[in-house]
Design a protein around this ligand. Structure first.
Ligand code: CUA
Length: 181
């Protein structure tokens, strides 16, 4: 029993106030509009990045990334010892995040499509591809998979934009896009 019980105990049988019904209808319709916009934006919103995410363990992701790096390595970056990996056009490209690097360096061909897999081996990192508007949260335990078709040649920088500790500001990666034509 409430401290101040309502006079009319069967209040749930009272008719709903007209203005309340109107608000419920408005809110419901607006919810439908927003839902529809969300779906439509997937197709027409150029700034939206539609990616897939799958569960994966850090161990498995690391093994796949290292296997791909070994198979498709074309050179090392300067004297850093970091492999530059050129995956086959139409194939899978792997990049992992860990404290505090993006590994390896990828080299893609302009106009070719790739399945780009990204995951973290430890904390949460942020994949920001500069100077483009590509921005992803990278979590351990999940791999983000994007179908990418680079449309400009050049050197792109991956910046970690999720604070991940003392070395966060040094967590810089690289993607090269070469024009073969
Ligand atoms: Cu990784 Cu900040």
């Amino acid at each position: 029993m409430a401290i101040h019980p309502p006079k009319q105990m069967i209040w749930w049988h009272e008719p709903v106030e007209r203005s309340e019904l109107v608000w419920i209808a408005v809110a419901f319709l607006w919810g439908l509009v927003m839902f529809g916009t969300m779906v439509a934006w997937h197709f027409v919103g150029k700034q939206n990045l539609s990616n897939e995410a799958y569960r994966i363990t850090p161990d498995v992701f690391q093994a796949r990334t290292e296997a791909a790096a070994e198979k498709y390595k074309v050179r090392e970056e300067g004297n850093t010892g970091i492999p530059v990996v050129r995956p086959p056009p139409g194939g899978d490209a792997y990049m992992l995040a860990r404290l505090w690097e993006w590994w390896p360096i990828l080299e893609l061909e302009k106009g070719q499509s790739y399945r780009l897999h990204i995951s973290s081996l430890d904390w949460q990192h942020g994949f920001s591809l500069q100077p483009t508007n590509v921005n992803l949260q990278i979590h351990p335990g999940y791999e983000m998979v994007l179908t990418v078709t680079p449309d400009a040649a050049g050197q792109f920088t991956v910046v970690c934009n999720e604070f991940c500790g003392i070395g966060h500001h040094t967590m810089i990666g690289r993607i090269y896009v070469v024009d073969k034509k």
